[in-house]
Design a protein around this ligand. Structure first.
Ligand SMILES: *Cc1c(COP(=O)(O)O)cnc(C)c1O
Length: 421
């Protein structure tokens, strides 16, 4: 006899809320106080001068980031969104260029293309990694394609060997959106360093954070310089710096402050331990739920390690007597904040459906608007994950104890017992 579910009037597995993920400690407090004592909260100047590169904490963070990830250039920004926008600009995307991107990601991954008049072209995701793949990207390459934005979604790296080979063959620039996967790896190389430019996020919701922040990385000195110029008013700096390539050198203010950089520097030191704990928690959850038929646990591809930003499972509705929505509602009633779907595939947003971005006349879709396929059904795997299969939870972070993990797996098992066919 299955135990009575909380949603049917039984006792919930858990009555207290889950512990909050908080990685801030004395180290961050001391680093912030040192900045306050010095009294300079940002040292950037938007002119060609030594302060074009920012103050001591910003530069120390960038050197530490380069050493940690083994990459030549790190350029800090005030968000990963800014870093993605700068990356697309640095890549030289021009109005009308097509930029292949995942539809199953945070919206900025695709909006980055629009900022430069590029046209996002959505490639479908792989059903195991949830990332776009060499095969789905290849199907979207045309003579107009300029760049690819690949997202290591949920913390698992995309298949970069195949993606970079394809990009080289077609002369495309690849940007890795690693906002969710710092600390993951692919064939012993850190996620974020696998493409021409990589982007990390330091926003409050990510594995490490400084409130708001981002870092772009590259091994290419010319791309690094372009990222720095876009970050800091490039148009006024190019002359003094002797920069000749003016493409996309209209600059912004994407500068990180000294306080954020000081916090981020301390957070970076904690990253390996925080990710190791996430991996340990995910492995434990997987072992507790491995035999639940109809709920696929997260897969890790050969040669990869996972950053487990979230714990993503797949629900096979054919194996249950209820749809995913009811299953999730029943688990939530047990006191476990299980979520579903992640995000609606981006091309279903009003922006793409109505092709209204900049101004009232359809820019940048004016030329390509009739050729683009933003119709429902164009990325069937992403749509299926969104509408019927994906389950996810913030179930890996380091504040969770074994008791918390046991409550998660117990609740899912209890609901599974009641509804599995
Ligand atoms: C969080 C996130 C971003 C944006 O990061 P911000 O630092 O908030 O701008 C971009 N892409 C993905 C996949 C993200 O998860």
């Amino acid at each position: 006899m299955a135990e009575k579910l909380a949603i049917e009037g039984g006792n919930p597995v858990r009555t207290t809320s889950m512990p909050l993920y908080n990685t801030l400690g004395e180290e961050e407090r001391a680093a912030v106080n040192a900045v306050l004592d010095r009294g300079i909260l940002s040292q950037f100047l938007g002119t060609w001068s030594p302060d074009f590169y920012g103050g001591p904490c910003v530069q120390a963070l960038e050197r530490a980031w380069e050493a940690h990830f083994g990459i030549a250039h790190a350029v800090s920004m005030n968000s990963a969104t800014s870093a993605l926008y700068a990356a697309v600009g640095a890549a030289g995307v021009s109005p009308g260029d097509e930029v292949i991107v995942s539809p199953y990601t945070m919206s900025a991954s695709a909006a980055a293309a629009l900022v430069y008049g590029g046209i996002p072209v959505f490639a479908d995701i792989d059903p195991d990694t949830f990332c776009i793949s060499p095969a789905t990207i290849a199907a979207r390459i045309t003579s107009q394609t300029k760049a690819i934005i690949v997202v290591d979604i949920f913390g698992h790296p995309a298949d970069f060997d195949g993606i970079m080979a394809l990009a080289h063959e077609h002369g495309l620039v690849v940007i890795e959106d690693c906002a969710q996967a710092p600390g993951a790896s692919y064939h012993d190389r850190p996620a974020g360093t696998l493409a021409d430019i990589g982007v990390y996020s330091l926003n409050y919701h990510k594995t490490i954070h400084c409130g708001e922040g981002g870092v772009a990385v590259t091994d290419d000195p010319a791309l690094a310089e372009r990222l720095q110029l876009i970050r800091n008013h490039g148009e006024v700096v190019v002359k003094g710096k002797g920069v000749e390539n003016l493409v996309n050198m209209v600059g912004f203010n994407y500068r990180m402050t000294e306080i954020e950089a000081a916090i981020a520097g301390e957070q970076l030191k904690k990253l390996p331990a925080l990710v190791a704990k996430r991996q340990q928690n995910a492995d434990y959850l997987r072992s507790c739920m491995a035999e639940l038929a109809g709920i696929a646990q997260p897969l890790v591809q050969e040669g990869c390690t996972h950053g487990y930003y979230v714990y993503a499972m797949k629900f096979d509705s054919a194996k249950f007597g209820v749809p995913r929505e009811e299953f999730v509602a029943a688990v939530c009633a047990e006191g476990i904040p299980l979520r579903q779907g992640y995000v609606e595939p981006l091309y279903l947003q009003p922006l793409y459906q109505q092709r209204i971005a900049f101004g009232a006349h359809g820019y940048p879709f004016t030329e390509a608007r009739n050729m683009l396929d933003y119709s429902r059904g164009s990325c069937p795997v992403a749509e299926r994950m969104y509408s019927t299969e994906l389950l996810l939870g913030d179930f890996c972070h380091s504040a969770l104890t074994v008791d918390d993990l046991d409550d998660i797996s117990k609740s899912i098992r209890k609901v599974w017992k009641r509804y599995a066919r």
